[in-house]
Ligand binder design. Structure first.
Ligand code: SIN
Length: 190
């Protein structure tokens, strides 16, 4: 069994695995369109986490984890079904490690998607870079500040050599908002 992570699963698997490969899947793009009320936000103030949107020709970089033993697979699945419970769909895709390869390194890699379906009550969808960044900067939940998720994701992707324009734009905007708020705090009279 293989699991593909494109968000927090990149830096925190949370289950036992036998191998980890950095690579990409095709025809999906990573987007901060899923509302998070259980990890990086609250029902009162949801955060935003990434999901996948179908996009012909796009590549989405991340990490694939191999889980070999039946017992480990069972434990990992039980864990992931709770952790990813706000992601309403599972898909099985081809995973590549080489941009020049025509055949995948691994087939049938499982991933979680938060879809725009009505049943996914936390789905937020597109918004301007400014609005997404503002929401992320201000949200925090049981797993920590939403901004840590954003900056960690940006860092992990850069370490992989992946420049994700959507993530970079939101991270740059978030940094602007944070430094503007800090400037204001410094200027505030005692
Ligand atoms: C993933 O990492 O693959 C799913 C999204 C998340 O948990 O951040």
């Amino acid at each position: 069994m293989w699991v593909f992570g494109y968000g927090s699963l990149i830096w925190k698997a949370g289950f036992h695995y036998d191998d980890r490969l950095v690579g990409f899947i095709k025809d999906y793009r990573r987007v901060f369109y899923q509302g998070s009320t259980d990890h990086r936000g609250t029902p009162e103030y949801p955060g935003r986490t990434v999901t996948l949107e179908p996009a012909q020709g796009a590549l989405c970089w991340g990490a694939a984890y191999k889980i070999s033993r039946k017992e480990d697979q069972q434990v990992a699945l039980t864990y992931l079904e709770v952790r990813e419970k706000q992601y309403d769909k599972k898909a099985y895709v081809d995973f590549f490690t080489d941009v020049n390869a025509s055949s995948p390194a691994v087939t049938g890699v499982m991933l979680y998607i938060a879809s725009p379906d009505k049943a996914n009550v936390n789905y937020l969808g597109p918004a301007s870079v400014e609005d997404i960044a503002k929401q992320i900067v201000n949200a925090k939940g049981p797993s920590g500040p939403n901004r840590d998720y954003l900056f960690n994701l940006e860092k992990q992707l850069l370490e992989m050599g992946c420049e994700d324009e959507h993530v970079t734009k939101i991270a740059n905007e978030a940094r602007k908002l944070i430094s503007a708020a800090e400037d204001q705090n410094h200027q505030a009279p005692n």
